[in-house]
Design a protein around this ligand. Structure first.
Ligand code: ATP
Length: 295
């Protein structure tokens, strides 16, 4: 563990009765970074996050904040957007923000926060009447109410429609621009690619791989993936060595797309439904685990 880390997981483990939820996880987050914990449902992301937040005690390992064990001051310096936060009934957005602000000694400028999270139009609305996107924006504002150095976001865009998700990403960009360090969990690979400087892919409580999304993809894949429906490949023709058969498609990993297309035609493949994709974190997860993230 190096001294320049804001927060670090050092050999974290969590054993629940009959379930090893987190199994020896180590990583560090530098100041100003957006670090993503990625993995399917049940991978151990929330449990890891809760140990880092000081909410769950680890069964093994330790959490270090600025190189030291968590102390009372830690709570003042962090913000948390939980997966499910219950808001007080019969409260408006403004009242809700004020109530959470009162819990801390440190305060963000509430008007600035309202602007940042685009809450101006809904300040007097009852929190039970918010759309999914509005609710998540309020929960983010609540997480930022004490002007934290580090904010934890646990699957903040789960359940949002694609447009609301994109809006939320733009909001996270602005939080980053203010210099706030972000630790986010998600099972959307696209989200992680879009937002995170560094990610750790978690499955069955362990980190499978960690690094910059673009570097990880470059290390594991050539330039492009060609995808053909299985029926487009002649049944009597063996697959080339750089191809993989998936459920209903064939994937061919290539560096030079034009050359590869010529070779496919020589094999007698039909190119009419061909797709050329840039490899993604989704592809990386499939390659590492043999199963798709949403399976
Ligand atoms: N309090 C608990 N008691 C027993 N088992 C638990 C408890 N909390 C979590 N688990 C189990 O630990 C494993 C990891 O759960 P966790 O919620 O950390 O995963 P996750 O990656 O955050 O999943 P999701 O994306 O669904 O939130 C799962 O098998 C879960 O059922």
């Amino acid at each position: 563990m190096t001294d320049d880390l804001l927060i670090a997981a050092d050999g974290l483990g969590k054993q629940f009765p009959g379930v090893r939820a987190v199994d020896d996880i180590s990583f560090g987050v530098r100041p100003g970074q957006c670090f993503g914990l990625l993995g399917p449902n049940g991978a151990g992301k929330t449990t890891t996050l809760e140990m880092l937040e000081g909410i769950q005690p680890p069964t093994s390992g330790r959490v270090l904040f600025r190189g030291r064990p968590l102390d009372r001051d830690f709570r003042e310096q962090i913000g948390i957007q939980f997966q499910a936060t219950s808001l007080q009934d019969f409260q408006t957005v403004r009242e809700s923000l004020a109530m959470f602000a009162a819990l801390y000694q440190r305060h963000a400028d509430l008007d600035e926060l309202i602007q940042l999270c685009h809450l101006q139009e809904i300040l007097t609305r009852d929190t039970r009447k918010l759309s999914g996107g509005q609710r998540q924006r309020l929960l983010l504002a609540i997480a930022l109410v004490n002007d934290p150095t580090l904010v934890f976001l646990d699957e903040p865009t789960t359940g949002l429609d694609p447009q609301a998700r994109r809006n939320f990403w733009a909001l996270i960009d602005r939080v980053r621009e203010r210099g706030t360090t972000i630790l986010i969990t998600t099972h959307y690979m696209e989200e992680a690619e879009r937002l995170c400087d560094e990610i750790a892919i978690v499955d069955h409580g362990r980190i499978l791989i960690q690094g910059r999304p673009s570097t990880l993809i470059r290390e594991h894949f050539p330039t492009a993936i060609l995808r053909l429906p299985s029926s487009a490949w002649p049944s009597d023709e063996p697959l080339p060595a750089n191809a993989e058969r998936r459920d209903t498609s064939i994937e061919i990993y290539v560096d030079e797309v034009p050359t590869a297309l010529e070779q496919l035609e020589q094999h007698g493949a039909s190119l009419i439904d061909l797709r050329v994709d840039r490899p993604s974190l989704e592809d990386l997860f499939l390659k590492l685990t043999g199963h798709s993230l949403r399976a």
